[in-house]
Design a protein around this ligand. Structure first.
Ligand code: G3I
Length: 413
């Protein structure tokens, strides 16, 4: 059956279901916490919320269990709304089958690790540099960008300025960890030099491939009061100004059409959300920032689609802002049929909400990236002390129920 026919059938079934819902006066059980959103979203959120949660559910188990993913393509299904991305590593791109699987469903690619300062900074070359500025391993960049470009993938650049996965020596006098931190002036020169080298190399050698940069990653605190993360060498040496400086340098060197993002996790926690909002609004007003990246590492047990929606409403108040979900996954320790069905329902509800927010013009969501291709390679299993099944494909690259639920979410009425 063609995709068009399938869509038509889905819409038809959805319509019949909707009519029976109205006549039977049914109210569907909500899977999300709607309380939190009240505080963040505009007054009309109540009806928005009802629209999302009461939408006919075309993703019941019997629906997706007999289907094949071969004829489906997430990037095509969502093409009118936002790009669909995936994070992976160069060893995965090298494998032909994996690359084929990636290009079938995804239009955007993020390096899970290899564009981070830890991987790009070249200690020996830095020590030897006559101008005393940090040097980068262009071969590392070139290898992975060539693979992505040849496959027709656009890239999110992840990430320029981060407290983690950045070698301590970058911050130290003579690049010697025993000598203590350099002063603010020197650190700003090093920051500018690093940002200039990375962005310029990518643009000159792979023009048009990177469409967005996570300029600053995880600058904010999870504390109840919000505010800046204090345990970052960038903050310790430069102070909170480091965020604006990083954007200033990125803007100076990035091509005009490349979008600059402030990226963070737990971007739905009220205090943190408000800190991110305040910084992003100021940077956007100065013409330095284009978007907010909500990493979106969620846990099936605690996810609140209402909170996510509330944060989207909040960030969307910034004039002209783009929002991207940059590292989406849904921790799920239960790969039983029931566990996977629940996961599918949550992913489906999440995407229905995203579609709704986009279609209604409430949030300019421009891409959604999954943090990993399959459950075989998720960072969560190492991180959670239990096996996690958070992604769209199982260990054998078989599409999971959540894959189909996300496809269905795009065709909801
Ligand atoms: O490459 C080394 C290998 O040589 C060594 O033998 C091995 C032993 O531990 O470690 C390998 O490095 C690991 C690296 O991933 C590559 O696999 C690091 O230990 C490990 O810490 C690192 O984890 C990455 C993590 O960032 C580090 O913070 C994850 O893969 C990556 O998914 C994760 O991604 C972050 C985003 O960048 C920012 N947001 C949160 C997200 C999840 O933590």
């Amino acid at each position: 059956m063609s995709l068009k026919m399938k869509k038509a059938m889905t819409l038809c079934i959805a319509g019949i279901l909707m009519i029976s819902f109205v006549f039977a006066g049914c109210s569907k059980k909500k899977t999300e916490d709607t309380n939190a959103v009240e505080t963040a979203a505009p007054a009309d959120t109540g009806s928005e919320e009802a629209d999302v949660t009461d939408a006919p559910d075309s993703t019941d188990e019997s629906d997706y269990s007999n289907r094949s993913a071969e004829d489906l393509s997430l990037k095509d299904i969502y093409a009118d709304r936002f790009m669909i991305g995936v994070a992976a590593n160069s060893w995965q791109l090298q494998d032909k089958e994996t690359m084929a699987a990636i290009t079938k469903d995804f239009s955007s690619f993020t390096c899970e690790n290899e564009m981070k300062p830890d991987y790009l900074l070249d200690y020996d070359a830095t020590i030897a540099a006559e101008d005393g500025m940090p040097q980068i391993k262009v071969d590392t960049l070139n290898r992975i960008m060539t693979m992505a470009e040849d496959a027709g993938l656009k890239m999110r650049g992840h990430t320029l300025v981060w407290h983690s996965q950045t070698p301590k020596w970058l911050f130290c006098k003579d690049y010697d960890e025993d000598k203590g931190y350099v002063n603010k002036k020197t650190m700003l020169k090093r920051m500018e030099s690093y940002i200039e080298k990375v962005i310029t190399y990518c643009q000159e050698n792979h023009p048009g491939v990177i469409y967005a940069w996570d300029v600053v990653n995880e600058a904010f605190s999870d504390d109840e009061e919000g505010g800046y993360r204090l345990d970052s060498p960038w903050y310790e040496i430069i102070g909170e100004e480091y965020v604006e400086k990083a954007f200033e340098f990125a803007r100076k060197y990035a091509d005009e059409d490349v979008k600059l993002f402030l990226n963070d996790y737990n971007a739905t926690i009220p205090a943190k959300r408000d800190s991110i909002y305040a910084a992003a609004a100021t940077l956007a007003e100065k013409g330095l920032l284009d978007g907010v990246g909500m990493q979106s590492h969620h846990d099936m047990k605690y996810i609140s689609i209402g909170d996510i929606k509330g944060a989207l409403f909040k960030y969307a108040q910034i004039p002209g802002i783009e929002i991207q979900l940059t590292e989406l996954d849904l921790h799920n320790p239960d790969d039983s049929e029931g566990g996977l069905a629940t996961q599918a329902e949550i992913y489906g509800d999440l995407f229905k909400m995203l579609v709704d927010m986009k279609d209604e013009g409430n949030a300019n969501i421009t891409s959604v990236t999954f943090w990993g291709l399959s459950d075989a390679t998720t960072w969560l299993t190492a991180n959670k002390n239990e096996t996690s099944y958070p992604l769209l494909f199982d260990e054998n690259m078989k599409a999971k129920p959540c894959y189909f639920a996300i496809c269905d979410a795009a065709t909801k009425e």
